[in-house]
Design a protein around this ligand. Sequence first.
Ligand SMILES: [Zn+2]
Length: 339
Amino acid sequence: MVTLARESRGMTMGELAAKVGVTSSLISKIEQGAREMSEERAKSIASSLDYPADVLTWREPVYGFGSSSFYHRKQQSLPQKTLKQIQAFVNFHRIRAKRLSAALDLDFAFTIPSLAVDDYGSPEEIARAVRAAWRMPLGPVQNLTEWIEAAGGVVVPREFNSAKINAISVWPPGESPFFVLNTLLPACNLRFSLAHELGHLVMHEVPEPGQEEEADRFAAEFLMPAREIKPHLRGMNLTLAARLKPVWRTSMGAIIRRARDLDVITDRQHTSLRVQLSQKGWSKDEPVQIPHERPSLIPEIIRVHHSEHGYSSSDLADMVGLYTSEWLDLYEPRGLRAV
Ligand SMILES: [Zn+2]
């Protein structure tokens, strides 16, 4: 927990040691479990990291990049320090969500099933099976976050300090599926990423070589079912892609790619449309904005704690190991604050 708390603040061992006034070798020994901490030392470490001291006594499992229940999308060359900070953020948020929901008797309409590609034949079949199990209406998915929350998933939007990572999902044994979305990216990209991560959780219990392509195919079929979207893709050009974007709530790029994957346009037409997108500067910054989806599960849990259990914000901050001011910033920002 010392390591996690330190990394969540983006601090090196040396920086923490300097702040606490000890050697970095002592911090290193403490983090490796080679040295016990006195209560006083724990307090001064915690306060240097801006956490209440009891956080350091938690015995929660931590999952990181590289563990089999931790998936992430488009992680290019991210510096180690950023990766560690994101990993710490995800773990802390996951643990806090678990603590917030522990006392409640949550009941969800659906579950996220585990379905193997070998049994179903293709990621597309699995996407259709999940849509059917969730009794989703035909056509576009209006609010993907809402569906995932109805299946017990926790979705956390967060602005990371790098756009190189889109989304992370982690589903530890016995816990809720957990997703973090980087709000630096446009909403339509995040919806695709969220569907991609959902695909991993449904299809991949252990990492597999073809998993990224399978998760993309799952996402495309889940958000843009072939049978329903194909007739609308005829005559694909940039204008049509821009018109379909607010309907299907996927990027123009994804819509154009869908047209190619469903054989509505040729590879050559696809390449030409890509070139046009990039000439207009739209491959990075597309026109027609889709609003971000707002999760409601955690806000609802917080509302219940306030209104039905009589907990104050500082009670809730204690429950999840935060000082009240940080709790308010993260969980009850102005405008959302419960009265
Ligand atoms: Zn992936």
